[in-house]
Design a binder for this molecule. Structure first.
Ligand code: CAA
Length: 263
């Protein structure tokens, strides 16, 4: 879709090879309504298919990454409607269909579905005062977009229990300390500069190798160690069949810069 086709997000290419999706529903603190998620999936599918894009940054505003699923939209949903329409299932398109790395840049609120959306991304950078949390318990419900699983894998069972049972927010600084976020920044501007720099670095490498690296790291979340190590080795062996492995190792030996074929 053309960039101006979107109502709730903005899509840009701020650096060579880097696609940026900015959630933009400011009046609702970027609450993740059905139409917003549809646009997000469309934009990500198109960035995923673009031969020039090597990495994607997903961000919101300085006030909110996203304040959760849209509570007003959900309030009157019945069990039958949720079940038969597979409510929220389409959110996982993000992790299952996009092979390129997605970097979340979180400022302000990342609550409920917003926290889960960030956790679905491949890595999180945030401001030190970002406000993460799974406050669903206060609404009489529980996380529904993977929070109880991904947050638990990130911070361990005891802390995840505490966060999910109390609904208490945690800061960007804590997110980094606990391994939820890879890095924190003092301001939204510094965060965006930092995330774009990392995304540009990733986009400068062989796309085949980058996608394989993302795939094997994510497998570590699903597989037991022995199976994960074996999976990694298979993919590692497979990469000897890529042109870029030959290009990369030859360039090292010749002390020249690798010109990737992305094949
Ligand atoms: N859904 C719908 N609208 C939301 C929203 C949400 N998740 N979060 C904020 N908004 C709306 C508010 O209703 C308000 O709209 P109006 O001006 O029309 O009243 C507007 O955004 C601004 O919000 P506030 O006035 O509340 O702003 P604040 O600065 O006083 O508070 C906040 C900010 C602490 C983030 C507060 O808005 C809040 O608690 N939001 C809800 C957070 C939450 O519970 N998220 C979890 C949702 S459930 C979920 O996500 C399920 C899942 O696992 C998938």
């Amino acid at each position: 879709a053309a960039p101006d086709a979107y109502k709730y997000i903005e899509v840009s290419e701020p650096r060579p090879g880097v696609g940026q999706v900015t959630l933009s529903r400011p009046k609702a603190l970027n609450a993740l309504s059905g139409p917003l998620i549809t646009e997000l999936n469309t934009a990500l599918a198109s960035l995923s298919a673009s031969p020039t894009i090597g990495a994607v940054v997903l961000t919101g505003s300085s006030k909110a990454f996203a304040a959760g699923a849209d509570i007003k939209e959900m309030a009157s949903l019945t069990f039958s409607e949720a079940y038969t329409t597979s409510f929220i299932e389409s959110w996982s398109n993000l992790t299952t269909t996009v092979k390129k790395p997605i970097l979340a840049a979180v400022s302000g609120y990342a609550l409920g579905g917003g926290c889960e959306l960030a956790l679905m991304c491949d890595l999180i950078y945030c401001t030190s005062d970002a406000k993460f949390g799974q406050p669903e318990i206060k609404l009489g419900t529980i996380p529904g977009a993977g929070g109880s699983q991904r947050l638990t894998r990130a911070v361990g069972k005891s802390k995840a229990m505490e966060l999910i049972l109390t609904g208490k927010f945690f800061s960007g600084e804590e997110a980094e300390k606990w391994g939820v976020a890879a890095r924190t920044f003092a301001t939204h501007e510094e965060l965006m500069a930092g995330v774009l720099e990392t995304a540009e670095t990733i986009a400068s490498y062989s796309k085949v190798a980058v996608m394989a690296a993302k795939e094997v790291v994510n497998k570590s979340q699903d597989l037991p160690l022995r199976d994960g190590v074996e999976y990694e080795r298979r993919v590692f062996h497979a990469l000897f069949g890529s042109q870029d492995q030959k290009i990369g190792m030859k360039a090292f030996a010749e002390k020249s810069k690798a010109e990737w074929s992305h094949k």
